[in-house]
Design a protein. Structure first.
Length: 415
C-alpha cells in the first residue's frame, strides 16, 4: 500500500530585526567630557566662589551696619544758609526743621551710594578672583592628576602590544604610586604570559604540522600505487580526508592564537582588493553550488596586516557560499567608507537564522543546528578567526539576520 507523502511544512518566518545600532554613538562635544580634571576644577573653583560670596556678604553687612549707626546728624542747624550741589540745596533758605531733614536725607543718600559703590567693586574683584581661582584649580588638578595621565599613556602603549613599557612612577609613597606599581606588576605578568603563549604557538606550529604533513605524504604515496586493492584505496582516501581536516583545524587554531594579539607592523591595505582576491579563491566553489557573487566594491584603505585581512574576507565569503540555499542563491560583497571607517559587508541568502543564535556563531566550534564534528563545511573556527582578526585591527564585526533567510555580516575597521 502506497503511503501518502507528507507535505513539506512552510519555512518559518524570518526572525525580527535587532533594534540595536552596531555603530558606537559619538558624543557631539568630546571636549565637554566630564573628566576628573574638569570635575576637580569645578570643585576647587566652586568652593572658592561660594567662600568669596559669603565673605562679600559678611563684609557688606558689616559695612552697612557701621554706616547706619548714628545715621542722624550729630548737630542741628538753628538758622543760616546751606549750599550743596549733591542734595540740591544750592543757596536755599529753609526753615530749620526742613533744613535738618534735607541734610539727613542727603547724608543717607551718600551713605547708600558708598555702599552700592563698595558692592559693585567687590563683585568685580570677586569675578576676577573667581577666574584666577578656576585657572589655578585647573592647573593644580592637572599637576595632581599628572601621574594618572602617565598611567593612561602607558596603558595605551600596552594596548598597541608594547608590553615592555612600564610606568616607573617616582614620588611619594601615596595612593597613585601604589596604583602605578600595581599596574607595573600586572604588565610584568602579562608580558610573561604573552611570551609563553608566543613560544607555545611557535612550538605547536612545528610539532603539529610535521606529523600531519608526513601522514599526508605517506597516504598520497600509497594512493598513487595502481596495484593497491580497492578497499585500501577507499581507506586511504578516508584517512586523507581526515588528515586534511586535522590540518585545517590546526591551521585555524594557530591563526586564532596569533590573531588575538594587536597588529604591530601595519601597512596600507585596500579592502576592495582583499575582497576581490577572496572572491577569486571561492569563485569555483560558488559556480559548483550555483551561487552568484555580486556587489560593488569601492576603495577602502586601512592600515593592517594584508594576510589577516584577506582571511577575514575569505572566511566570510566561504561561509556565505557554503551556507546558502540550493537554488538561485547569491552572495553580495561590498566595501565602502562610512562615517570615517572602512566597511566590508557580506550578505547572502540561506537558512533562517534566529536572532538569539547570532552571537553563538562567533564562538569556536559552534555552528547553527549542526554537529560539532563530521561536517564537510569547515572546522567551526571561521567566524571566531574573523572576530579575533577584526579586534586585533581595532575593528568590530556585527551579524544581523536577513529577511527571508541568511545573514548580513558587517566588518568595520578604522582608517
Amino acid at each position: 500500500m502506497a503511503t501518502t507523502p507528507t507535505p513539506t511544512p512552510p519555512p518559518p518566518p524570518a526572525p525580527p530585526k535587532p533594534t540595536w545600532d552596531p555603530r558606537h554613538p559619538v558624543p557631539p562635544f568630546p571636549w565637554l567630557r566630564p573628566t576628573i580634571r574638569i570635575r576637580l576644577t569645578l570643585l576647587y573653583g566652586g568652593m572658592f566662589l561660594i567662600a568669596g560670596i559669603l565673605l562679600l556678604s559678611i563684609i557688606y553687612l558689616l559695612a552697612a551696619n557701621a554706616l547706619n549707626v548714628g545715621s542722624d546728624l550729630p548737630f542741628e542747624i538753628v538758622s543760616g544758609q546751606v549750599s550743596s550741589d549733591i542734595c540740591r540745596l544750592h543757596s536755599a533758605r529753609l526753615p530749620a526743621e526742613e533744613l535738618n531733614a534735607a541734610l539727613n536725607a542727603c547724608v543717607n543718600k551718600q551713605r547708600q551710594h558708598a555702599l552700592d559703590n563698595l558692592l559693585s567693586r567687590s563683585l568685580l574683584a570677586l569675578l576676577g578672583l573667581a577666574v584666577i581661582a578656576f585657572a589655578f584649580g585647573y592647573a593644580m588638578a592637572g599637576r595632581v592628576l599628572s601621574p594618572l595621565g602617565r598611567i593612561t599613556r602607558t596603558a595605551r602603549a600596552v594596548a598597541g602590544s608594547d608590553l615592555s613599557r612600564r610606568i616607573e612612577l617616582d614620588g611619594p609613597d601615596d595612593e597613585l604610586k601604589e596604583l602605578a606599581d600595581t599596574f607595573d606588576d600586572m604588565l610584568e605578568r602579562l608580558q610573561r604570559a604573552f611570551t609563553a603563549q608566543q613560544r607555545f604557538v611557535g612550538n605547536a606550529s612545528h610539532e603539529l604540522r610535521t606529523p600531519l604533513a608526513i601522514n599526508r605524504t605517506l597516504l598520497e604515496v600509497h594512493l598513487s600505487d595502481p596495484g593497491a586493492p580497492v578497499e585500501l584505496q577507499q581507506l586511504g582516501k578516508t584517512l586523507l580526508a581526515t588528515n586534511e581536516r586535522s590540518e585545517q583545524l590546526v591551521e585555524g587554531l594557530l591563526l586564532l592564537a596569533r590573531s588575538d594579539n594587536q597588529i604591530v607592523e601595519r601597512k596600507p591595505v585596500d579592502l576592495a582588493e582583499v575582497a576581490s582576491q577572496a572572491i577569486d579563491q571561492v569563485h569555483a566553489e560558488a559556480q559548483a553550488k550555483g551561487v552568484e557573487i555580486r556587489g560593488v566594491r569601492k576603495p577602502a584603505v586601512v592600515r593592517g596586516n594584508g594576510v589577516l585581512l584577506e582571511r577575514i574576507a575569505l572566511n566570510l565569503v566561504q561561509n556565505a557560499v557554503r551556507y546558502n540555499v540550493a537554488e538561485q542563491g547569491w552572495v553580495e560583497v561590498t566595501t565602502d567608507v562610512e562615517h570615517g571607517q572602512a566597511v566590508l559587508v557580506v550578505s547572502n541568502t540561506g537558512p533562517v537564522v534566529p536572532a538569539y543564535e547570532v552571537d553563538n556563531l562567533f564562538e569556536p566550534f559552534r555552528r547553527l543546528r549542526t554537529e560539532r564534528t563530521g561536517s564537510d563545511k569547515g572546522v567551526g573556527l571561521g567566524l571566531s578567526i574573523v572576530r579575533s582578526v577584526a579586534r586585533a585591527h581595532g575593528g568590530h564585526i556585527y551579524a544581523q539576520p536577513r529577511e527571508g533567510g541568511g545573514l548580513v555580516m558587517r566588518v568595520t575597521l578604522p582608517i
